[in-house]
Design a protein around this ligand. Structure first.
Ligand SMILES: [Zn+2]
Length: 384
């Protein structure tokens, strides 16, 4: 977009407005068909049309503004056409706020053993449910997401594993652009936004090419894909630092698949507006809590007589009522309430961390917010 000659300000896009910036970090408002999202925003993952163990009103009370659904899984079970017949994904799962759906690209390519062949038309694979042979194309990814009626649809991309030879990475970048171009011409749901996904591993030249080609296609937003999949963590942050500014400043930037506290602060600092991860809920199911003391494994005997809440300063339903000792007991007995309480707490923790980051950006204090938070968290291991 051309800057305005009179006021020197850039014209504001209807979809996304940056309301404050602090160095590279931004606070913004993203408008969708089901309401607006204050960014930076963490998106809880509801792969199979449910954020595991939680009801929609609980998610809303935790401060979740948008959730993720997954094209791959919903296409096979219960079927996107069935969901369309029942009024779309929002009605089906009882969630009235925005939904972003992934294209299925990440699932297909991370289930590497199920892939039969990849060519320019699409990818052939066996589905994980009954092993039947399937084919995903950009057109099908568009149709599934139109049927689901998500607010934000993602392009089908080819996600190579970390460390693949340059030639393979180059092919993935080329195909991802070709597929994005095709998906752009496919139908989309009413009011549905569409985001491209930049690939290229940690290779600067390929990332740059991928970004340039996709930016030219003018999607409503741009995602950074193919990171946080097992590459070196410092390299991942470094890549994000130089890659994010290559994506248009007037559109939302989405880092796919990060949700540990340090990672959230790093990508926000690089200028990322949205991110998602199964980490908070998956960590909950392994019996662990995300806290300012680091990751607490509630199975540990040291919590057997601990009358304190998971986190003193937390106002989530788990911390308001229950002790670590009680939650430890639930986890050890594999009681469902234990998984639920830890899921509520872990999501509240990352949503609050993200909300705090937004406030800090608005008041121009993000650098000190990040520094203080990282110092408090220390060097922690967050792997679930
Ligand atoms: Zn809590």
């Amino acid at each position: 977009m051309e800057p305005c000659a009179k006021c020197d300000a850039r014209p504001v896009s209807d979809v996304f407005t940056v309301i404050a910036a602090d160095r590279a970090a931004r606070a913004g408002i993203l408008r969708t068909a089901h309401g607006q999202i204050e960014t930076p925003a963490f998106m809880p993952v509801g792969t199979k049309a449910t954020v595991k163990t939680l009801a929609p009103e609980e998610l809303e009370a935790l401060g979740a503004q948008i959730v993720l659904g997954n094209s791959y899984h919903l296409h096979f079970r219960p079927g996107d056409e069935l969901i369309a017949e029942l009024g779309g994904l929002h009605r089906f799962m009882g969630w009235k706020r925005p939904i972003l759906t992934d294209s299925g690209g990440f699932q297909v390519f991370s289930l590497r053993d199920t892939i039969i062949a990849v060519d320019d038309d699409g990818v052939r694979f066996r589905n994980v449910y009954d092993g039947a042979e399937e084919r995903f194309t950009p057109e099908l990814a568009a149709r599934i997401q139109t049927n689901l009626g998500s607010d934000i649809a993602m392009c089908l991309d080819q996600v190579p594993p970390p460390g693949v030879p340059g030639l393979e990475l180059r092919e993935a970048v080329r195909r991802t652009t070709e597929w994005a171009r095709r998906q752009r011409h496919a139908d989309r749901g009413e009011g549905q936004l569409r985001f491209a996904i930049v690939q290229g591993g940690t290779d600067r030249e390929l990332r740059q090419r991928s970004a340039e080609e996709l930016v030219e296609l003018e999607f409503d937003g741009n995602a950074i894909g193919g990171l946080a999949i097992g590459e070196d963590r410092a390299l991942m942050f470094e890549t994000t630092d130089w890659l994010a500014p290559l994506l248009p400043a007037d559109r939302p930037r989405y880092f796919m698949g990060i949700g540990d506290p340090e990672g959230i602060l790093e990508v926000i600092g690089a200028g990322v507006d949205m991110f998602d991860c199964v980490l908070p809920t998956r960590t909950a199911r392994t019996g662990s809590a995300l806290t300012w003391e680091g990751r607490l494994n509630l199975r540990n005997a040291r919590f057997a007589r601990d009358p304190e809440p998971l986190e003193e300063s937390c106002d989530c339903p788990a911390c308001r009522t229950f002790s670590r000792a009680y939650i430890r007991h639930l986890v050890n007995q594999d009681e469902l309430l234990g998984h639920r309480l830890l899921s509520l707490h872990n999501l509240r923790f990352v949503l609050e961390l993200t909300r705090g980051a937004r406030q800090a950006i608005v008041s121009g204090a993000f650098a000190s917010y990040k520094r203080d938070a990282l110092a408090r968290l220390g060097t922690r291991t967050w792997d679930p």
